[in-house]
Every structure is written in structure tokens, then in C-alpha cells.
Design a protein around this ligand. Structure first.
Ligand SMILES: Cc1cc2nc3c(=O)[nH]c(=O)nc-3n(C[C@H](O)[C@H](O)[C@H](O)COP(=O)(O)OP(=O)(O)OC[C@H]3O[C@@H](n4cnc5c(N)ncnc54)[C@H](O)[C@@H]3O)c2cc1C
Length: 420
């Protein structure tokens, strides 16, 4: 018998529960599936070692409030572009990579985790009842909450398409639009809108004297972003806070809102988009001792919980919800998912055949950013410095805000391969 045909035995399949079926959660679930099928993980771009020689029985449950995988980073464009909206949300049941009885998808909201008993309580969307799901390993990948219109608020594909269509028609019919907040989301919203509706007057208002002021990035990044926006016809007002936003009764649609700025200036506009959204971690279902002062999950470099809870070694947190330095990014969430899968696999091996798990540990990453600004992009890494332009946009985002490249990276369209 070839080594690959060897199946390690445990009393029953390992039960892995993943909370959140987005970049981080799917990365863990799919990389772990590869490893337990005695294959190199799909993210094996930097060498992870030889492929495992034995298969391990596993049952993965993915719980999500949404009915599918949503390409969140495309939101500044997908909310105003129906074609991209349609491609941005794929119901879990339509994802070939998850089409296996080894993956169970539960649509619902996790309400409580009992770390001692290793049981997750889930409010099942379909029945309204609370399910108690036992697990051996828990992966918390439920990210942060953000408000509309930074992200859509729908939890199923049908509602999302309606939400995007309504948003798009409201925004497109205005002859001018004011966007409040020049952070990463605001600058992307402004640039995408100007590209999609070139005749529209788009004004971006930011309270500080430089864009992206809350990101730990060099000034030259903000300067390049500002130059790109101005080049493409976005008007930018810096160092002004919006003091009030008032609806003008009986005014024409083009003059529906009056904004008062901190210097007393008034701006009349047809539509206002608020791009300021505080990120609130979705960790309310976890014990307080697992969390830092801001509600993010304290993790070790292995991504296992660092807080004082029972069984910390069987609890992992990844992606935006993890208390980890650096700019929160989808690439970071997927990278953490990869490491989390490697570490859980190590633990499974150790439980089956003895020995100690060899953990991969995450190194704090330097600030890195890539921004899609209409037909152009601006990026920054400490090694490459600031880059910008149309070619960069094609490389980083394609023409669909990197929707296809994220799907390809996760191999969502490839059928779930199982050794017979
Ligand atoms: C507008 C915008 C643009 C962005 N652009 C970029 C970019 O260009 N590049 C980049 O690298 N990053 C970008 N980001 C950041 C990136 O989107 C996040 O870093 C990434 O989504 C984090 O992935 P995650 O898997 O940790 O969480 P998320 O993608 O937030 O997914 C969390 C999942 O958990 C589910 N969930 C939440 N609570 C519960 C619960 N209690 N029970 C069950 N399920 C739950 C949610 O429904 C969701 O599916 C952008 C973010 C925004 C908002």
C-alpha cells in the first residue's frame, strides 16, 4: 500500500468548526482539507515541507450569517456596478470546492462559545432555533462589523443584489456626490465612482490634512493617492470636518443635501456617502478573557488563543478579528488561515501518532497596502516603496477588484478533491 493510502485513525473524524466563511475562514477550511487528504496545502507557495503521507478523517463545519462567500474588498465598485455585484457573491452551495459531505455549512449566527465543553451555540437562520455544535478545534474568523455603505448589510445573495441595485441607482442619478472620509474606503469609493460615472462631480471631504491619516503609512503614499484622485477629476477637500448634513426639503434631486463644513463653508450636493465606519469586532460570542480592550481576540504567534480560557490550544483566531499588528487585509486573513490550517494539522498528527506539534508562527508584518483607484492603483510595501499606475492596477486588481484572483487563490471553482 502506498503511504498516501494510509489513513490515520482517531476515535472519530476530527470536528473542526470555522466561524466565518470569508477570506480567513475559507483559507483555513480548504488548506486543512488538502493537508488531511495527504496533499500539500493549496497555499503552498513558500515551501511548507513535503506533502503529508497519511490522510486524516475530518469533518468541517462552516458557520456564517451570510448564505455565501462575499468578495468584500470589491464593495466600493460592486455596490455601483451590477456586473461586478453579480460575480461578487457566491452561495456556499454553489462553490465546487466545498461540495463534499466533509463540509457542513450552517447559515446562522454564533451566539456563544463554551470553551471548556468545546461547544458552539448557533442561532440557525432557517429555523430560528439554537443549535449546539461540538468541536475539537475552533477557528474564529468572523471579522469586524462595518456600516452601510462601506459594506452591504444583506446576508443573502438575493437581498445583496437588490441592495446593490438600489444603491447604484440612487448614487448614479445624482449629478454630484459628496463622500465623507478619506480613509482607504473613501478614496476607493471616490475613484471608482468617478470612473463609472465620469460626468458626475465627486467631492471627497476629509477632516485631516492628509488622506489615509489613520493608516501607519509614509506621507508619500497619501500624496500619491491625492495626486491620482485629482488627476482623475475627483475634488478633494482636506482639513475640514463635516459639522452637519441636512436634507433640503422640496429641493431638486441635485440639491438634496446641504453639508456644513468646520470652516463654515456650505456645500450642496445630490447624494452623500459616509465612508467613515468604525470597525467593531464580532467577538461578542466569546468570553471576555479571550479579548483585548478593544474586543479583538488575543492570539499567540501560532494564532492560538492567548487569553486565559480553557483549552486555548484548540482555539484559533485569524483575520480581522485577531489582535495582531499591521493593516487589516484580506491577504493577511488568507495567510493567517494557511498557518492556522498547518498548525491544526500538526496537532491532529500529534494526537493520532504521538509527538509534539511543530507550529508555524506568524511574524508581525510591516504596513502594506494596495488601493484600487478607478483604472489606476497605488500600492506601498517597505521593500518596493510607493508604486502607482494603470499597469499596477491590472496586476493587483484585474478589472474586477481582484474578485477572480481571490477566488483562484482559494481555488473555489475547483471541485473538492477527495482520495477515494
Ligand atoms: C470596502 C473595503 C475595501 C477593502 N479593500 C481591501 C483591499 O483592497 N485589499 C485588502 O487586502 N483588504 C481590503 N479590505 C480589508 C479586507 O476586506 C479584510 O481584511 C478582510 O475581509 C478580512 O477577512 P476575514 O476573513 O477576517 O473577515 P471578513 O471578510 O469580514 O468575513 C467575516 C465573515 O464572518 C461572518 N460572521 C460575522 N459574525 C458572525 C457570527 N457571529 N456568526 C457567524 N458568522 C459571522 C460574516 O458574515 C463574514 O462572512 C477592505 C475592506 C473594506 C471594508
Amino acid at each position: 500500500m502506498a503511504l498516501k493510502d494510509t489513513v490515520l485513525t482517531s476515535a472519530r473524524p476530527f470536528r473542526v468548526m470555522v466561524i466565518g466563511g470569508s477570506y480567513g475562514g475559507l483559507s483555513t477550511a480548504l488548506n486543512l482539507w488538502d493537508l488531511t487528504q495527504a496533499r500539500l496545502p493549496r497555499f503552498n507557495y513558500a515551501y511548507d515541507g513535503p506533502a503529508p503521507t497519511e490522510r486524516i478523517p475530518i469533518q468541517t463545519t462552516i458557520v456564517d450569517e451570510r448564505d455565501g462567500y462575499y468578495h468584500l474588498i470589491g464593495s466600493p465598485k460592486s455596490l455601483i456596478c451590477e456586473k461586478l455585484a453579480t460575480a461578487s457573491w457566491t452561495r456556499f452551495k454553489d462553490i465546487p470546492a466545498l461540495a463534499s459531505p466533509h463540509f457542513k455549512i450552517v447559515r446562522g449566527r454564533v451566539t456563544n462559545i463554551d470553551c471548556a465543553a468545546k461547544v458552539a451555540h448557533v442561532l440557525d437562520t432557517a429555523t430560528g432555533s439554537i443549535l449546539a455544535e461540538s468541536y475539537d478545534f475552533l477557528v474564529v474568523a468572523s471579522g469586524v462589523r462595518r456600516t452601510y455603505p462601506v459594506v452591504p448589510q444583506s446576508s443573502c445573495r438575493t437581498d445583496f443584489l437588490q441592495e446593490a441595485s438600489k444603491h447604484s441607482s440612487q448614487v448614479r442619478k445624482a449629478s454630484d456626490v459628496a463622500i465623507i472620509g478619506g480613509g482607504a474606503v473613501g478614496v476607493e469609493m471616490a475613484a471608482e465612482l468617478k470612473m463609472l460615472v465620469p460626468d458626475q462631480r465627486v467631492t471627497l471631504i476629509h477632516s485631516r490634512d492628509r488622506l489615509l491619516s489613520s493608516e501607519p503609512l509614509p506621507d508619500e503614499v497619501a500624496q500619491q493617492v491625492l495626486a491620482t484622485l485629482l488627476e482623475d477629476g475627483v475634488e478633494v477637500i482636506l482639513s475640514q470636518r463635516v459639522i452637519s448634513t441636512t436634507r433640503i426639503d422640496d429641493a431638486a434631486e441635485d440639491h438634496a443635501w446641504r453639508l456644513t463644513l468646520s470652516d463654515g463653508r456650505e456645500l450642496v450636493t445630490g447624494h452623500v456617502l459616509n465612508a467613515i465606519s468604525r470597525c467593531v469586532p464580532t467577538s461578542e460570542y466569546l468570553p471576555g478573557r479571550a479579548l483585548d480592550d478593544h474586543g479583538y481576540v488575543k492570539v499567540q504567534p501560532s494564532l492560538q488563543f492567548a487569553g486565559d480560557i480553557p483549552n486555548p490550544e484548540h482555539h484559533y483566531a485569524i483575520g480581522d478579528i485577531a489582535s495582531w499588528p499591521g493593516i487589516k487585509r484580506c491577504g493577511g486573513a488568507m495567510h493567517m488561515g494557511h498557518y492556522c490550517a498547518l498548525n491544526i494539522h500538526q496537532q491532529m498528527l500529534a494526537l493520532c501518532r504521538g509527538g509534539n506539534p511543530k507550529y508555524k508562527t506568524l511574524v508581525p508584518s510591516p504596513p502594506v497596502i494596495g488601493l484600487a483607484l478607478g483604472r489606476k492603483a497605488v500600492s506601498y510595501t517597505p521593500a518596493e516603496g510607493v508604486r502607482h499606475g494603470e499597469d499596477l492596477s491590472k496586476t493587483l486588481f484585474g478589472d474586477d477588484m481582484a474578485n477572480q484572483s481571490c477566488r483562484d487563490y482559494l481555488k473555489l471553482s475547483e471541485a473538492c478533491q477527495q482520495v477515494p
